[in-house]
Design a protein around this ligand. Structure first.
Ligand code: FES
Length: 524
């Protein structure tokens, strides 16, 4: 989906071409919803197997979360191999390694086969401790990585950061990086050369599985198909089952100019929670990208402080850094057991979902395309059970309980006062939630001073949205839906926008989330 947000990543200066809107009913073997890395990889691989695939997206190719990633291609799973082993066993950790390595190999092979100019390159990655980090954590990771079969995993004396002796660290060879929009744009072109169709400005409002799957767009076009792939970052086809097993986090990134050749070419990660992640933008090495400072979406209002901390962290380690070129944030869906949900939708036949990027969206998105293509084709694939969206993991029960308690707590917003007592307290270009009688109204005052009033009730399951000053969006703290300043939905699981209200007030608002133990498919 197009992000109508203020955040501008360095990738966004590369514009993927507009595709036509869908103004008539259509038919395809497979309808793919979402033109980010997961959707376009699925579409490309399906087309390679001979399927007629049709891709729809709200906006241009790649301009959802794919445009906001920092595009680390890692086998160094960011939740750590010892955690994957605890949650999924030694076999699961081995499959996780092999599948992420295969995803990078697949990207490399597609780049070579299609001649994509996307700055793809292999490079080493280094996992290092923060100043007061526990060396035992790295030893645990090294031993678990060996058991998982991580090829070439080795100790290094220090990470390649001249200004800071990180001490002993782990080196993961043959990681990768690329320009995500050039890559996805290239995939889209290759898909179209295979006969595939892509439609922009096509917002899916209905997804029906079963014997005769179909998708309906906001413009009323019906797409009949044999299978549907929902690759919308957070799935719009499912209301409960997957969303209770993953949580939305906002992560921040800054890009700083650095003198050419002054920073070693490598991927760098520390072991903090939330961790910092570092890369150079491309082989030319003039732009350093540093990310981190994650928080639960909609549950913090200190983005300026977080950007300042990121910049300080970067300047302490890379004192040659000059001006800040970009600052942006994106959303990460963290699953309760650290691996993505990829496969058959728990609630609908012939519908497949790819979600739960867990901070590794480029490899999980690529894996998603590989897995759903094989499932649609009826083939066995060794990794499918590891990523099955229906999976239940008792070892993740405490995370499940904590995240869902957090969601339940967000509904308490409905009995709290508004953020402002009067529309007069809202400055131009900003928004706030105001109580009006029993209602809560999301009010945006545009730059010209005009007020735009909407129900604050998220159209997914009824949490109250909160104003995100960084991106000028309304963010839902429960499952990560986001709406632009005027209430248009820009990120699922919500499908519909926030309804406008007259200044006299909105219709009665009641939280609609059922108790946890009555929801289908929510146990772990
Ligand atoms: Fe689920 Fe808003 S995203 S209630």
């Amino acid at each position: 989906m197009t992000l109508h947000v203020k955040s501008r990543s360095p990738w966004m200066s590369f514009a993927t071409p507009e595709r036509p809107a869908l103004d008539a009913d259509a038919h395809a073997d497979v309808c793919v919803i979402g033109a980010g890395i997961a959707g376009m990889t699925s579409a490309y691989l399906l087309a390679k197997k001979g399927y007629r695939a049709l891709v729809i997206d709200d906006g241009p190719v790649g301009h959802g979360m794919t445009s906001l990633t920092t595009a680390h291609l890692m086998t160094a799973i960011d939740d750590r191999y010892y955690e994957i082993e605890r949650l999924h066993g030694e076999d699961g950790a081995r499959l996780a390694y092999r599948s992420h390595a295969a995803a990078i190999d697949a990207i490399e092979a597609i780049v070579a086969h299609e001649g994509l100019e996307c700055d793809f390159e292999r490079l080493d990655g280094y996992l290092f401790l923060p100043p007061d980090g526990d060396p035992a954590a790295l030893v645990r990771e090294y031993e678990a990585g060996l058991r998982a079969g991580v090829e070439g995993l080795a100790w290094a004396d220090r990470a390649p950061i001249d200004a800071l002796d990180t001490g002993r660290c782990l080196r993961f060879p043959r990681q990768g990086q690329f320009h995500p929009l050039k890559y996805v744009g290239g995939l889209a072109r290759a898909f179209e050369e295979l006969g595939g169709r892509i439609h922009s400005h096509a917002h899916a409002v209905e997804v029906h599985g079963g014997e005769h799957p179909r998708v309906v767009t906001a413009a009323g076009a019906r797409i009949g198909c044999d299978a549907i792939v929902v690759a919308t970052n957070s799935p719009i086809s499912d209301r409960f089952a997957v969303h209770t097993k993953q949580a939305p986090y906002t992560t921040f990134a800054v890009a700083l100019r650095v003198p050419r050749g002054s920073v070693a070419k490598a991927l760098l990660w520390d072991t903090l929670d939330a961790y910092h992640y570092v890369r150079l933008k491309d082989a030319e090495g003039e732009v350093l990208i540093v990310g981190g400072e994650d928080h639960k979406t909609g549950q913090a209002r200190d983005s300026e402080t977080r950007f300042a901390r990121l910049e300080l962290w970067a300047r302490e380690r890379f004192p040659m850094a000059r001006e800040v070129l970009h600052r942006w944030s994106g959303q990460v869906m963290e699953t309760i057991d650290d691996l993505a949900y990829i496969g058959r939708d728990p609630g609908a036949d012939n519908v497949y979902v790819i979600t739960g990027d867990s901070g590794m969206g480029m490899t999980h998105g690529t894996l998603g395309g590989i897995i759903v293509t094989e499932l649609v084709h009826g083939s066995d694939i060794a990794w499918a059970h590891l990523y099955d969206p229906k999976r239940k993991n008792l070892k993740a029960a405490s995370t499940y309980a904590r995240e869902n308690a957090n969601v339940t707590w967000q509904y308490a917003d409905w009995i709290k006062p508004g953020e402002v007592g009067s529309e007069d307290d809202i400055l131009p270009g900003t928004g706030a939630v105001m109580r009006r009688g029993l209602q809560k109204i999301a009010i945006y005052r545009d730059e010209a001073g005009a007020l735009h009033e909407m129900s604050a009730r998220c159209t997914h399951l009824g949490c109250a949205v909160r104003w995100n000053a960084q991106d000028a969006t309304w963010d839902c703290p429960c499952h990560g839906s986001r709406f632009d300043a005027f209430g248009e939905v820009i990120n699922g699981p919500a499908i519909a926008g926030l309804p406008a209200v007259e200044s006299s007030g909105a219709p009665p608002v009641k939280p609609s989330q059922p108790p946890l133990d009555t929801r289908p498919g929510t146990s772990v």
